[in-house]
Write a protein that binds this ligand. Structure first.
Ligand SMILES: Nc1ccn([C@@H]2O[C@H](COP(=O)(O)OP(=O)(O)OP(=O)(O)O)[C@@H](O)[C@H]2O)c(=O)n1
Ligand SMILES: C[C@](O)(CO)[C@H](O)COP(=O)(O)O
Length: 250
């Protein structure tokens, strides 16, 4: 039962940082990965639309390839995006971690929740974005969407020579493992502290928060939030998009 005498809670104001400065070496030769097209539209635009589809996201900071900021600004201008969302474009760095930090540095005051989302995950559903935001709003300092694994995972001793045999050192219990996706969501002050404190390279932002000794919580991810990394991922992404367009009737 709602109590009309209570003041309404303040609206959620989340900002999204989208690192899009990677080259896409594993995808093969071509334009920077985020600028390659999916269903005729740059992957980055799909990712921006996916985040801006959440009514809580009022600002999107795109971290562009280092010499591609002007091109990214033109792309954002050329594609229909929600009016209620502001966009900022900054050039990125050498690593994903550096690029995210540059995006965080460009955030104006006024957003207490920050999402970090790979441009390389263009098809994340808005329900996943909203679930991450909601878990941060409820008090978690860091939230990751994740899925159980289909494969058994082995920990190995890296090969002594390239292509050489890799002895297995352990088989972690699969039921306790999760494959982590984005958007990852954070209380802003926590994420800023992590990026100011952690100096060694970590492959995701939540991992940096773990190094501060804070708890990161997992919410259900989505199979369509996969990362376009290798050529076969692009085939899958085209198929998912075609299925969506068929279902939506356009
Ligand atoms: N210097 C970098 C490297 C990566 N990214 C971004 O981080 C996300 C996840 O990285 P990944 O999938 O590894 O992209 P790439 O680095 O482009 O891929 P690769 O390692 O195959 O070159 C991508 O949206 C990518 O654009 C970034 O902003 N800045
Ligand atoms: C952040 C991430 O997408 C979570 O799975 C992943 O760690 C990025 O790794 P990459 O090697 O930089 O693509």
């Amino acid at each position: 039962m709602s109590d009309d005498s209570l003041p309404a809670p303040p609206p959620v104001r989340a900002a999204a940082v989208i690192p899009a400065a990677g080259r896409g070496v594993r995808l093969g030769p071509g334009a920077p990965k985020a600028l390659r097209t999916l269903g005729g539209t740059p992957m980055l635009i799909h990712a921006v639309r996916a985040l801006a589809a959440s009514r809580a996201v009022s600002l999107v900071v795109v971290v562009a390839p280092p010499d591609g900021a002007a091109e990214v600004k033109s792309l954002l201008d050329a594609h229909a995006l929600p009016d209620r969302t502001d966009f900022v474009v900054v050039p990125g760095g050498e690593t994903r971690q550096e690029s995210v930090k540059l995006g965080l540095d460009a955030l104006p005051p006024g957003h207490d929740i920050v999402l970090v989302h790979d441009a390389a995950r263009p098809l994340v559903p808005v329900d996943t974005v909203d679930a991450v935001i909601e878990a941060v709003r409820e008090g978690a300092p860091a939230v990751v969407p994740a899925l159980p694994l289909a494969d058994t995972v082995k920990e190995v001793e890296p090969a002594a020579v390239p292509g050489g045999p890799e002895p297995v050192v352990a088989t972690p219990e699969r039921a306790r493992l999760r494959a982590v996706q984005t958007p990852q969501g954070f209380d802003r002050a926590t994420l800023v502290r992590a990026h100011e404190t952690v100096t060694d390279e970590v492959t995701d932002d939540a991992g940096m928060v773990e190094r501060l000794g804070l708890t990161v919580v997992v919410v259900p991810g989505h199979e369509e939030a996969f990362k376009v990394t290798r050529p076969l991922d692009l085939v899958l992404a085209e198929a998912v998009l075609a299925r969506r367009r068929l279902n939506d009737g356009f």
